[in-house]
Design a protein around this ligand. Sequence first.
Ligand code: FES
Length: 160
Amino acid sequence: MLETATLEQILERHERDPANIIAILQDIQTEVNWLPEEDLRYVCAELEIPPSKMMALATFYRAFSLKPRGKHIVQACLGTACHVRGAVRILGAIERDLGIEGGQTDEDLQWTLETVGCLGACALGPIVVVDGEYHGQMTSAKATRVLQRIKKAEGNGSGA
Ligand code: FES
């Protein structure tokens, strides 16, 4: 769960107005990459929103995740154009580097690896998106370097 002070800042930023609930949920998700149940409960109580309405909203929008996601989100495109250029091999390299499979999040909530359909940048494929940044003409070695750079920046360079 987010710290109460952080949740309060988010609520204040949106004038504690239930009409701004989507923006509030977006801000929570920006902080932790998913919507922890405790945080949703807190917001419901503070803004007097029925939990059932909150759940309906949180599940309606595909951008929201009610499942824990890592601090870093890696998306490997498996669309046709990327697939024919070796996307599956690259996904395998990323799975080995992170120690998780496509669709999984590691236990420390550091990494989530997702597989996605065409990202609309086929000419640059294979594409891997890391924390919102597109990396084109990807290779297994390039993917490993991108991930190592992030791990190193966080003082975790010697890991898997
Ligand atoms: S198939 Fe990967 S970007 Fe289109």
